[in-house]
Design a protein around this ligand. Structure first.
Ligand SMILES: [Zn+2]
Length: 167
């Protein structure tokens, strides 16, 4: 496969194909050592940029070290990752022309940081997090707001009887 890394409009460097690719092609493997989720958390806790790819078992992540790790996210991607027996491949979602930048939807999960998206797609959801993760985050934020409100209310209620009466 003729892939190359160069500056990208989406984000720093991206992965481009110099040849046309047919829909369904297994383009490149997402290579790298397998590390546990816990180890990834400690190794990269204070690094904003990582090349981690979570495997579907939820226990292991690939610490990307190959060309696939340079592939940028897009909300309207031309590729998708496919896991086959513990290996992850980047597969063409449609016919891709020579010169196109390869992209797939990162569907990030499990992160604390903001991950804004600048892919420029019409249907851009504004974030690299998956739609499901964004829903979860909104629910958690809502729950925090509610519990704060409750706390305030109960404090106020608790304080009332102690207020000295002036009459
Ligand atoms: Zn986007």
């Amino acid at each position: 496969m003729s892939l190359l890394i160069r500056a990208s409009r989406i984000h720093s460097a991206g992965c481009y194909t110099t040849a046309a690719i047919k829909k369904g092609t297994f383009i490149v493997e997402y290579t790298g050592p397998r590390i546990s989720v816990a180890e990834a958390d400690t190794r990269y806790s204070d690094r904003p940029e990582t090349y981690l790819f979570g495997l579907s078992d939820g226990k292991w992540v690939i610490d990307g070290d190959g060309i696939a790790a340079f592939i940028n996210h897009s909300c309207e991607p031309n590729c998708e990752p496919e896991e086959v027996e513990g290996r992850v491949w980047i597969v063409a979602l449609r016919d891709i022309q020579a010169g196109e930048e390869l992209t797939y939807d990162y569907n990030l999960y499990d992160g604390d940081e903001e991950a804004p998206c600048f892919c420029g797609a019409k249907n851009c959801r504004g974030s690299l997090y998956s739609a499901e993760e964004l829903r979860k985050k909104r629910r958690r934020a809502q729950a925090r707001k509610l519990s704060k409100r409750k706390k305030k209310k109960s404090l106020a209620a608790g304080a009332r009887p102690q207020r000295p009466s002036r009459r």
